[in-house]
Design a binder for this molecule. Structure first.
Ligand SMILES: *Cc1c(COP(=O)(O)O)cnc(C)c1O
Ligand code: SF4
Length: 325
């Protein structure tokens, strides 16, 4: 069996399994046993947790917290607003549209790591929003909309699909004359780098008219390992570009040193920083949100003029009419 499948089958998603990796704090235990929320990660990502420090940045992204119940600023049905699902044009559930020339194509609601700060929590973690992610229906919509030149495949995590299914989606998109680029949004290089297998490399590689870009999500230098470095190198060797979309998270990466370290370390493993997102007003993630100006201050104090231009992401706030930097 391939190692990545084994990792998924041994997902760390119960208190007992978590206890094999860390000394679970009373607060963590309370949240796990009282909150009805989907959570879990790969044994690999769990092994990056500090066993004794509940403030470990990996722990905070993986383990539920009672703070998820405090919801002052989060918008109910956030994604209906954010992805323009109840106004304007009628589209399949898999197609989120904010721009004229590009769309986000949601193909699955399954992830390898259920991030506590996920802005898609209502779909991915809590399943409050029931949507249908039908690949064929989405492909047909893209075929019929000649203005779409850029397709961002997202989820959930699209790299959890089988090699064949990924290859199929790429093939079908490449057959559409107006599609000029394919992008994947995936946390796989960070939470399950074992997934970048020979089979997946085969599906992604080769010279084609339509290039593939990958954006992953790495939020803390601790998430960067030798395994991730290899996975990124393998993607690049297929001709796939790799960027990063970090989320600004209170107590995780919102200090100057961590922020600079993160962006410099990404370059050392060949990942080009692309975006840093202000934590969105989705429900249950208030405790991760910084003031809006924090990101701009960090770019000024940690990156601009302090390190190479290659390490500079764009700081953006995501809205239903696009991202603003
Ligand atoms: C983020 C996003 C895109 C891609 O935006 P870029 O700024 O080009 O990376 C496209 N469609 C939707 C709905 C998005 O949320
Ligand atoms: S991998 Fe992405 S979609 Fe999945 S839980 Fe994390 S942030 Fe959300």
């Amino acid at each position: 069996m391939e190692e990545w499948i084994e990792q998924l089958q041994n997902s760390v998603n119960t208190l007992d399994k978590l206890k094999e990796f860390i000394n679970v704090s009373p607060e963590e235990e309370k949240a796990i046993t009282t909150l009805h929320t989907k959570w879990g990660t790969t044994p690999y990502f769990a092994s990056l947790m500090d066993p004794d420090d509940p403030n470990c940045p990996v722990r905070k992204q993986v383990i539920p917290s009672m703070k998820e119940k405090e919801n002052r600023y989060g918008m109910h049905d956030y994604l209906l607003w954010k992805e323009n699902r109840r106004n304007g044009e009628v589209r399949p559930d898999s197609i989120a549209r904010q721009y004229y020339d590009r769309i986000a194509f949601t193909v699955t609601d399954t992830c390898a790591n259920y991030c506590r700060h996920c802005f898609r929590k209502e779909i991915v973690v809590d399943h409050d929003l029931k949507l249908r992610f039908d690949v064929e229906e989405g492909l047909q919509w893209i075929r019929e909309h000649k203005e779409i030149r850029d397709v961002l495949i997202t989820g959930g995590d699209p790299f959890l699909f089988s090699d064949d299914k990924i290859e199929y989606i790429i093939k079908k998109l490449r057959e559409i004359p107006h599609v000029e680029m394919i992008r994947f949004g995936t946390r796989i290089p960070i939470v399950l780098p074992h997934r970048i297998t020979t089979g997946l490399k085969k599906a992604l590689s080769g010279f084609h008219r339509i290039p593939i870009w990958v954006n992953t999500q790495c939020n803390h230098p601790k998430e960067i390992t030798e395994k991730t470095a290899r996975a990124v190198h393998d993607l690049l060797s297929c001709g796939v570009n790799v960027g990063n979309q970090a989320v600004l998270l209170k107590g995780i990466n919102d200090d100057v040193e961590t922020f600079r370290n993160l962006h410099q370390k990404l370059l050392t493993i060949r990942i080009r920083p692309y975006y840093v997102f202000c934590c969105e007003p989705a429900p249950g993630i208030d405790h991760f949100r910084t003031p809006l100006e924090k990101g701009a201050e960090l770019i000024r104090d940690a990156l601009r003029g302090h390190t190479t231009g290659l390490a500079q992401p764009i700081y953006v706030i995501a809205t239903n009419i696009g991202k603003f930097g």
